[in-house]
Design a binder for this molecule. Sequence first.
Ligand code: SF4
Ligand code: SF4
Length: 370
Amino acid sequence: MSGIEQFETAAMADARRAMEVCNACRYCEGFCAVFPAMELRRDFAAADLSYLANLCHNCKGCYYACQYAPPHEFGINVAQSFAQLRQESYATHAWPAFLSKAFARNGLVTSMAMAGGIAIVFLLTLVLQSPNAVFGKLPVQPADGFYLIIPKAVMTLTGFASGLFALLAMCMGLASYWKASGPRGWTLKDFYQALKDAASLRYLGGNGHGCNDKDGSFSTARRRLHHLMAYGFLLCFAATCAGAFEDLILGWSAPYPLMSLPVLLGLFGGFGIILGCTGLLWMKLQADQEPSARELLSADVGLLLLLLLIAASGLLLLGLRGTEAQGVALCVHLGLVLAFFLTMPYSKFVHGIYRFVALLRHAAEQRRAV
Ligand code: SF4
Ligand code: SF4
């Protein structure tokens, strides 16, 4: 049992009722991982529902196939119930607990963090350097190019402190969720299976025909766009690590040459994020909202927009090197990155962690069930 008390919420009661109907019906049993997991249960405790909700990848297939979906009096809408429950699970396990409220107003929190992050970086730069550093023209490749705009100590300390905070908060959330709804008795083979399913977005492929991304029709667009965004993000993370290595270990300061590892990784990663996030945003706004949880739309849009702006401002910074706009572009880009680190544990970003834990539990359960 988790140390966290899970109160019965309306979403939980609704999901339990849906699972009881589905467990009798079982029409959707081949649709996704949720239904085989559901069939192993007769009762649906809060921790089980939280697990099933995070196992759901929101393909909406069961909504369009369901004879009991609204306007039927049963009003079964598993996709919507689980979307609400997922959001509740992120808030339940958030650390520190008082920041869990950020999940309820995610769009607003992200917007405020973006404005605050940019303002903080501008203020620090203006106070610690001079307006000339921000608005003046700097050479393209000086030994300490970017550090003439933002001092090295400030850039390094702010980056490490906000990054470590995000990592700690997400690890605490992971530990709490694992205790409540994580796998029991898993093996390395299960871990490998979960990793394979997560890395390939296996379930977003449906059974080959994709998911109901927009409406009742099938498409693999969401899977492809999610791949672009996720692998673009990983390339940008690798670019940051390569940059940190060159700076802190080799003593080579940014900005790096165009044909260097940090720039090339960031370039490809940035384009991946821009294409992926733009496509996903467009799909979100076009999609039928009936099987979605409307109140969660701002959280989805907020994270996609933030990632898109970070990638776009990073590429803009590259294009503006050596110009008078370089200082402003650097402050805006780093302000957005700061906002991302600070909101990361309280945004849709955490779905990757919860989903991986659910996939691992599913792999272990299915192995034992055969
Ligand atoms: S979603 Fe509807 S059709 Fe599918 S298993 Fe549940 S009750 Fe049956
Ligand atoms: S929305 Fe898709 S993934 Fe979620 S329970 Fe329904 S069929 Fe499964």
